[in-house]
Write a protein that binds this ligand. Sequence first.
Ligand SMILES: [Zn+2]
Length: 430
Amino acid sequence: MTEGNSTAAEQVALDVSGVDELIDRFAALSETHGAEGVTRLGYTPLEREAHQVFATFMSHLGLSVHSDAAGNTIAELPGDGRPDGIGTGSHLDSVPHGGRFDGIVGVVAAMLCAQTLAADDYHPRHPLRFVAFANEEGARFGQACNGSRLAAGTTDAEALGELRDRDGISVLEAMRSVGLDPDRLDEARWRREDWDSFIEMHIEQGSVLADGADDIGLVDTISGSTRLRLTVHGVASHSGGTPMLARHDALVSASAIVLAANDLALDAEHFGTRITIGRIIASPNSMTTIPGEVTLDVDIRDVDTDRQRQTALTLIARAKETAALHDTSLDAHLIADTAPTLLSRRIIELASRETDRLGMVHRVLASGASHDTQQISRVCETGMLFVPSLHHGVSHSPDEFSRAEDIARGVQALTGLLTALDMADEQPAS
Ligand SMILES: [Zn+2]
């Protein structure tokens, strides 16, 4: 096993055992365990328990901790009177049967960073805020980054009332069921004047860093995503009695649409576009009935806003043509749309100076996945640090893996970056 490219310049011992202990502690808060992976969905009692672990740890360090109406938990180390805080953190929820690292690594990094600064008796100029966001994964309700959207003001109670999970429970109902008060969501909104900058550390969820033997990634762009629900309408009928040529089979039509979507993403004009149809509901889902209706949930990602939105329109047009060719019809409904985000050049420069000073090899790269930072970039300057993902970058799977030493290196870089931002003279955002 290689140790990355770090050199003797790494003066401070890496806190590998602290990383392991906290990762294990959060992984234990799961509906599923071991080979089944971690299941801790947004706005469930298990997610709330994870937020409580974070809150208790931070209170023990002497930080003031509060939980807002969106379910985000924020711990603060006070500054010298300046109002504009420097924040770091990530999310504590998972997808069903997910890994132990997605989101958790950024929260664990915030915890260990706070621990280091408290142990050093560091007195910041700006307030330093350590954040665990609620309900980041889109897995339950279709729209990602719920807690950070509420903080950034990019969604509200009315919009959330319409998003439902597969059991028909709306986001607002789920929030109430775990003791949150959606009537006070306005209070969860972050004000621009209260924030200087925000940094999120996360696992890469790709293999660029591991393949390049880089220690750490500095993110310059986060892909956007457009999510669609396509419903194919056919006619449900007896599988034995209905001749092949008299059918309006919604699943045959939907299958052709899945292939058409794949072809669209693979054509030369869409290099870098990713289209995924990861959820299909066929109804009545019975072996002896021709499927009468099929729902396809489509996720389109791109680093180019115009191309992302144009791809969604092209896909809807092609899906309608394909549906008609198979004697079915199609409705398209927009579930969510987030533009790609450019992160701060100033923060990338500060981070590259810090990682050089620590003897780490860094690489500037784009994020294919969406993150809370995308929402927070509406409030203040933002940056992201990626730690390498092993196992070919697999994520949202029990096989997701990042090494404790890589995470500990990330914590060092994050701590250095936060203090550098705290010391930096006021400069205009780039
Ligand atoms: Zn994540």
